[in-house]
Design a protein around this ligand. Structure first.
Ligand code: BES
Ligand code: ZN
Length: 635
């Protein structure tokens, strides 16, 4: 019997054991997800797979540690195997026990020397293919997947902790098979200070009594990168019967108002791609140090507070994280080389939700902005990294695979397919992809096969396999791509040209009717530098320096740095010391690092800001501020 058939039968048998209402059965034609072993994990899923995880942890806010145990329920593929290999990074292992069906017994284990990217393999010796193994351990305060905030760094002046597991940081707080090719369900008991709330990527009860002892269960199978935890002084504010926000008390009201359209977004996505499969959809608003815009932790997206600007203009972020409930959380890349299957699909779905809810004009503007960003990024991306279907990321940090190529070229590819096959056909196709691959992990080769059979062959003459392969396997943007256009931006560009030519003063610009996206366009298309008089005029009219809109700050401050406009330095310092979201602050650090004076200022600010930054952000800033190697002298 072929591996393919075995995998299909196993999937059917497994699905038969699950409560039918909760979980969609994967269809029989789903191929084995493990095309190649995941080079970013030591796990051996072809021998054994974690099926269920039971976490029992104490979150010690003062010591900055999680301590307790992780019990793994195992499904053996290879009954003769005598070793279980888990991923760990900087974990302090206290002991390992195995359960043979009757009793727990101590097992011997070895922790390999740490690899800089992968961490340490934990090799556990087994007398037989045991059904359960339990690891007692604790994390270190510097765990790469956790950030522990001091009370001063939060709105409510209480300690706060949150995880960020994607891509391979789950291993720094739980010993497990840290590869998106393995899915498991989980239960957890988390104990912490009685004054704080604990939340996970699971069934958070909006009415949970705050007593420092919390229980969670995640009945749907998830990959390890979606394992998430947070502890802090957060309260719940409902948006609809199945959706709401968790946030620090002083932020909750504003967050619920900003994200009031969440229920409508869920309904738009459901209409396009089938029922929302995860029960509740809540959002946790994190302190401003959160290094990302959002993270699609199932049932509880983690969200930066920097998108709460008062006019809902940045809520496409919520559409994005919600969209992952289909593209990513339901159908996951089986290893990080295929991250475009998660992020490119999600960017596409996000834009469809935005279009449906807020109109074509906004959707177009967002596409023009992102395609311009892709064009810029491609200038410094090696051709080998410009393909959607990347080769295995052996020896590479998977966070490196995260680029505009995966997000924007990926989205553009799906937009190309939509144009060629028509919305109706393409929507049905995408829905079919999600339904047939639900709760599995997949990869580019499988998508190419599915696309060929389900779209190309069923609708001959619309697109050729050569065109598809160009999108997937060749660098750059294929000639079959249609660039997005925005009529509103045509008006912005015209106004900008008139202002630059001195034909109209800043006060004569129609800026009062512009939204965030138009301002972003206006600032992004400026010449590299402006004269002080021009910057003064813009500031006097629009008050960019000190703006409360971080998307504007992200574009304005680098322009002031390039132009030597030091008037903005105090506000730059306050921006960089209060926000830790990488996308917003990195362009400023990068620009500052280009001159000796700028770098000195950046270093001084970084020193102050660093205690408040997430390890991921600190890493990026350190990299950006590195003194460049002196160029090798020609002989
Ligand atoms: N899943 C990503 C964040 C991520 C990707 C974290 C890879 C670590 C490794 C999330 O869904 C995302 O894409 N966030 C974006 C949102 C934006 C594109 C709307 C972000 O944080 O900027
Ligand atoms: Zn995403």
């Amino acid at each position: 019997m072929s591996r393919l058939l075995i995998a299909a039968l196993m999937a059917l048998a497994l699905a038969a054991c699950k409560p039918a209402a909760e979980i969609a059965a994967p269809a029989a034609n789903v191929v084995d997800s493990s095309d190649v072993p995941d080079p970013n994990s030591y796990a051996q899923p072809n021998r054994v797979r974690i099926e269920h995880l039971v976490l029992n942890l104490q979150a010690d806010m003062a010591a900055r540690t999680l301590a307790g145990s992780a019990e793994l329920h195992l499904k053996w593929q290879d009954d003769k195997a005598r070793e279980l290999v888990l991923d760990t990074r900087d974990l302090q292992i206290r002991g390992v026990q195995g359960f043979d069906g009757k009793a727990w017994k101590n097992l011997s284990y070895r922790l390999d020397t740490a690899d800089l990217i992968l961490g340490s393999a934990l090799r556990i010796k087994l007398p037989s293919a045991l059904p359960r193994v339990r690891v007692a351990y604790s994390t270190v305060p510097e765990a790469s997947g956790l950030q522990w905030l001091t009370p001063e760094m939060t709105a409510s002046k209480q300690p706060f902790m949150f995880s960020q597991s994607q891509a391979i940081h789950a291993r720094s707080w739980v010993p497990l098979q840290d590869t998106p090719g393995v899915r498991f369900t989980y239960d957890a008991r988390i104990r912490t200070d009685a004054s704080l709330m604990a939340l996970m990527s699971a069934d958070n009860d909006p009415r949970a009594v705050r007593d420092g002892d919390y229980r969670f269960s995640m009945p749907q199978k998830i990959p390890s990168y979606l394992l998430a935890i947070a502890v802090g002084d957060v309260v719940f504010k409902p948006i609809s019967a199945r959706s709401g926000v968790w946030a620090e008390p002083s932020v909750a009201e504003a967050a619920a108002t900003e994200f009031a359209d969440t229920e409508k977004m869920i309904q738009v996505a459901e209409k396009l791609y089938g029922p929302y499969q995860w029960g509740r959809y809540d959002m946790l608003i994190l302190p401003a140090s959160f290094p990302f815009g959002g993270m699609e932790n199932p049932r509880l997206s983690f969200i930066t507070p920097t998108v709460i600007v008062g006019d809902k203009s940045l809520t496409s972020l919520i559409a994005h994280e919600l969209a992952h409930s289909w593209s990513g959380n339901l159908v996951t890349n089986s290893s990080w080389k295929d991250i475009w299957l998660n992020e490119g699909f999600t960017s596409y779905v996000e834009n469809r939700i935005v279009e449906q809810l807020y109109g074509r004009e906004l959707a177009d503007m967002e596409n023009v902005i992102s395609q311009a960003s892709l064009a810029e990024a491609l200038k410094s991306t090696p051709p080998a990294d410009q393909v959607l279907a990347l080769p295995p990321l052996t020896g590479r940090d998977p966070d490196e695979a995260l680029s505009d190529v995966a997000y924007i070229k990926g989205q553009w590819f799906l937009m190309f397919l939509e144009q060629r096959f028509g919305r109706e056909t393409f929507d049905a196709f995408l829905r079919h992809w999600f339904t047939t691959h639900a709760f599995t992990s997949s990869h580019s080769a499988e998508f190419e096969r599915f696309l060929t059979v389900e779209l190309l062959e069923k609708n001959p003459g619309k697109a050729s396999i050569g065109e598809i392969r160009e999108w997937l396997h060749r660098p750059g943007i294929p000639s079959s791509a249609t660039p997005a256009i925005s009529s509103r931006f045509v008006a912005v560009d015209k106004a900008q040209a008139q202002w630059l030519a001195g034909d109209v003063p800043a006060s004569g610009l129609t800026g009062t009717t512009w939204g965030t996206q138009e301002w972003v366009r206006f600032l992004e298309r400026m010449p590299a530098t402006l004269a002080k008089t021009q910057l003064d005029q813009l500031d006097a009219t629009f008050r960019f320096t000190g703006t409360a809109n971080p998307e504007i700050a992200q574009r304005w401050y680098p322009l002031t740095v390039r132009s030597g406009y030091t008037d903005a330095r105090p506000e730059i310092e306050s921006f960089l010391t209060t926000i830790g979201r990488r996308k917003l602050i990195m362009p400023i650090y990068v620009e500052l690092a280009k001159t000796d004076e700028g770098r000195a200022f950046a270093m001084a600010v970084f020193e102050k800001a660093r205690p408040g930054y997430h390890p991921i952000t600190s890493g990026s800033v350190t990299e950006a501020l590195k003194v460049p190697e002196p160029e090798a002298k020609q002989p």
